[in-house]
Design a binder for this molecule. Structure first.
Ligand code: DP6
Length: 316
């Protein structure tokens, strides 16, 4: 039995779209920041009888809803030549509707706990690869600070680009709804690939945005990192919008408008968003508390979580 802890991450340079074929390989490179203060804690036990059991936040999950997690467990069981069923217990200390993807921290914690519970001393890079097959963004949560996920001939490789202290960045998560139902990212990106007239433009632009964001992070240039991250998110959503994949709600646009107004008044404030209507505002450590209050005053914003760069997944 082994317990592992992982934190969610937010992509600064977005991943959107998969390479053709099996293996869940992203079509574009991405770069994220792992967030402290919010955690998934997952315990895996091998050696049970009967079927595998997966319990999320205290609720036993039906097999259909957890196929990707079951596939991960099967591959670990095969690699370690283990018989017997697995029991997985996973808890998030942040609400599923918080605007933070629980699949990233969830698959990162699961991959680490499952390999260690099976007695495998798989390298962190290979644990990240296992997590990536469950959910590509999860590969990045194995590493702390700023992390890239780069597709290559063999699949995709995750690695740390810069440590937690490289930039005084804060992420203000503006939660705009308690409703967790949106088009899941894997569905939205497939619809974008199949139907968007701008998907080719996204595939063309994303690697350049990634390279420029990576350079800004490595150079410690906070303003440039935030500015380019906003562009990456807007380019991703523009390609998705053209396929009818719409994650914006009226309040999302209101937060974007407030961010632009704050910027016009000289503040560091740039917006990014994922497969849901919540807006994550990128700012500096110094400005974060005041900015969180101002964003919390936008009608329709339910609460604002302030997150800082955090560590990679670990066994406590
Ligand atoms: C918009 O990693 O959730 O958050 O690989 O299908 O599980 P799957 O997709 P997922 O997609 C994340 C999309 C994103 C951008 C990002 O995190 O890079």
């Amino acid at each position: 039995m082994t317990t592992a802890v992982a934190h969610p991450n937010i992509a600064l340079a977005k991943y959107w779209g998969k390479r053709a074929g099996a293996g869940n390989v992203p079509a574009v490179p991405s770069l994220s920041v792992t967030l402290a203060g919010l955690s998934t804690r997952t315990t895996v036990t091998f050696g049970g009888r009967g079927e595998d059991v997966i319990v999320l936040n205290g609720i036993v999950q039906p097999a259909g809803a957890t196929a990707r997690a079951r596939a991960l467990i099967d591959s670990v069981r095969a690699a370690a030549a283990i018989d017997g069923a697995a029991r997985v217990e996973s808890e998030n200390d942040f609400p599923t509707a918080s605007g933070l993807a629980s699949s990233a921290s969830g698959f990162a914690a699961l991959a680490l706990a499952a390999t260690r519970a099976a007695g495998l001393d798989t390298s962190v890079a290979d644990v990240a690869d296992l997590a990536r097959r469950g959910s590509a963004s999860a590969a990045r949560s194995l590493f702390g600070g700023f992390c890239e996920l780069v597709p290559d001939e063999a699949g995709a490789r995750a690695a740390q680009v810069a440590p937690e202290g490289a930039l005084p960045l804060r992420v203000l998560v503006c939660v705009v709804t308690e409703d967790a139902k949106d088009v899941p990212s894997s569905v939205g990106m497939e619809q974008t690939r199949a139907e968007s007239p701008y998907y080719a433009a996204w595939l063309d632009a994303a690697p350049r945005l990634f390279a420029d964001i990576r350079a800004a992070v490595v150079a410690g240039d906070l303003a440039k990192t935030c500015e380019l991250s906003e562009r990456s998110a807007l380019a991703m959503h523009a390609s998705a919008l053209a396929a009818g994949v719409v994650y914006f709600r009226p309040v999302t646009l209101d937060v974007y408008a407030r961010v632009r107004a704050l910027r016009a008044a000289g503040r560091t404030a740039f917006a990014t968003m994922d497969a849901g209507p919540h807006v994550k505002v990128l700012t500096s450590a110094d400005e974060s508390e005041a900015l969180a209050r101002e964003l919390g005053a936008v009608p329709g914003v339910l609460r604002v979580l302030v997150a800082r760069p955090g560590p990679g997944a670990f066994v406590p």
